[in-house]
Design a binder for this molecule. Structure first.
Ligand code: KPL
Length: 302
């Protein structure tokens, strides 16, 4: 199996460095990056590896003859542009795996593409420590599948490849529900920690806890309207469990704000706001959080 990983952020590099232990891997990104990369494992071991790394200028060198899958591991807002850069260099039936947060890119690209398009969602934790060093901060799990449950053999083969590379993964026929559950967690945690610039665990402070609960309440009503079944423990417990498990983390949206990058507020909050609007539901907390993040990104329009 040979893999092309598009997006050399922390998660893309984690995938590339792990898969490269067993499979041919090419990493693609817009800007140049050293081929020599280091991965620090959750156990504190340092693995050094040279990766094949291509940029738009060298993309012609990509060998597509044995390519099993393209993993699109960019932020949600740059996924479509990244795919349109690599797509002309790929056979149109190349399997694609979408690793984005939210539920924006996934239905659009699944509908548009000819080739099999799977989605993945993961609880693996990774962050960059400079351009050449990736820290695998915590072990997690990955779920992979097609939005309509198609291509189960491909999903199983990719889950096996990930599992064999040390990233435990499972093929599922309900990835849509899993993506919406992750979106619920991201909607309840990310905008608030980004707004207050705090680690996830601080949401448990008595002054902040009611704000999180109010967001979860809106999310729960929207999920019911979208016919997304709750997780076995219910939405509030799911969110508070993640807050506890990631208490010291700086959420991805806070990292984006601190690095002055765009945030994924559209991909995470807009699907919820759309369902709310279609069903005549009020979602003032979610709308206000979206408005604040949007105003930061487009100050001229605020
Ligand atoms: O997925 C996350 C993120 O940072 O985007 C959470 C679960 C909130 C962990 O930080």
């Amino acid at each position: 199996m040979s893999h092309l990983i598009v997006g050399p952020g922390a998660m893309g590099r984690l995938l590339a460095l792990r898969l490269a232990e067993r499979h041919p891997v090419t990493l693609f990104g817009r800007r140049s990056l050293s081929h020599r990369q280091t991965l620090t494992t959750p156990e504190g071991e340092h693995h050094h590896r040279s990766l094949e790394y291509l940029t738009p200028d060298s993309l012609d060198e990509l060998d597509t003859s044995r390519l099993t899958a393209v993993h699109l591991v960019t932020k949600a807002y740059s996924a479509a542009a990244a795919l349109s850069t690599v797509a002309p260099h790929l056979p149109s039936d190349t399997p694609l795996v979408l690793w984005q947060n939210g539920f924006d890119v996934q239905p659009r690209l699944t509908r548009q593409r000819q080739g099999p398009t799977l989605c993945a969602t993961t609880t693996e934790g990774a962050y960059s420590n400079g351009d050449n060093s990736t820290v695998h901060a915590g072990h997690g799990r990955t779920w992979i599948g097609h939005l309509d449950g198609l291509h189960p053999e491909l999903a199983a083969a990719l889950a096996d490849a990930l599992t064999g590379a040390g990233l435990p993964a499972q093929a599922v026929d309900n990835i849509r529900i899993r993506l919406w559950h992750k979106l619920a967690v991201n909607a309840a945690i990310n905008p608030l920690v980004a707004r207050f610039r705090i680690p996830n665990g601080q949401l448990r402070d008595p002054a902040l806890r009611p704000m999180v609960d109010a967001v979860i309440e809106e999310v729960e009503a929207i999920m019911a309207a979208a016919a997304i079944p709750p997780p076995p423990q219910g939405f509030p417990a799911m969110v508070w469990d993640v807050v506890a498990a990631t208490a010291d983390n700086r959420a991805s949206m806070l990292q984006d704000i601190l690095a002055d990058r765009p945030t994924e507020h559209d991909a995470i909050l807009m699907p919820l706001l759309h369902v709310a609007r279609e069903n005549g539901l009020e979602a003032p907390k979610l709308a206000a959080l979206h408005h604040q993040l949007e105003a930061r990104q487009r100050p001229g329009r605020a």
